[in-house]
Design a protein around this ligand. Sequence first.
Ligand SMILES: *Cc1c(COP(=O)(O)O)cnc(C)c1O
Length: 243
Amino acid sequence: MSIAANIAQVQAEIAAACARADRAPAGVTLVAVSKTHPPAAILQAVEAGLRHFGENRVEESETKIPATIAQTDEPLIWHMIGHIQSRKAKQIPPLYQVVHSVDTLKLAAKLSQQLTAAADTLDVLLETNVSGEASKAGFAAAGWHTDPAIRERLLAEIGQIVALPGLNVRGLMTMAPIVADAAQTRPIFADLRQLRDLLADSLHHPLPDLSMGMTDDYPVAIEEGATIVRIGRAIFGERQTER
Ligand SMILES: *Cc1c(COP(=O)(O)O)cnc(C)c1O
């Protein structure tokens, strides 16, 4: 299948999931995760109408993003979805318009410093580990429903982040565990939505976005409220090299 045909298929599945949840498809942004794929593949997706692309490594983005935007007149929006070492914070604002992977107060503070110095702002999402899997990055949130200490720590840390200048904190991002049946991810996505509701209420800060859902689980994520889905393999096929 061509990239254009894959995109049409994904868009049809997004529309179907929205219909099941009684949501408007315009409320779900499709981010095509182009990591490991060359500018030529991204340009095919641009041709098919996509404008949002997700990358996970600064080194790769430094050459790929300029090479891609040099070949199109369309305004593209670049999303950073991978782990960021805090010494790389400087390189983030010039490359990306949205960062999904702010996972510590320290990284948020570094980004805020860079942005303030440049009189710039950046949309960010806070990566949150609601499943408790040890291999996953993000603010530790597993058990927040039952453990007040976890809730208080999250409110304290995230309260400090939303107050930082230069950062426009738009919401939360999560990665669900890999499971045999996508339906098993539903409680994880519902949990992220409920945590978002609690944080937005308690901090009096609107958090409209939920970045959740990948190739194997995005229809379930949309049914549970995702406003951004991050989809790689269903659009571009298997990755060139696994990382
Ligand atoms: C690679 C990646 C994706 C896309 O995964 P697919 O399974 O290819 O859709 C989404 N989010 C993050 C954070 C990723 O690293």
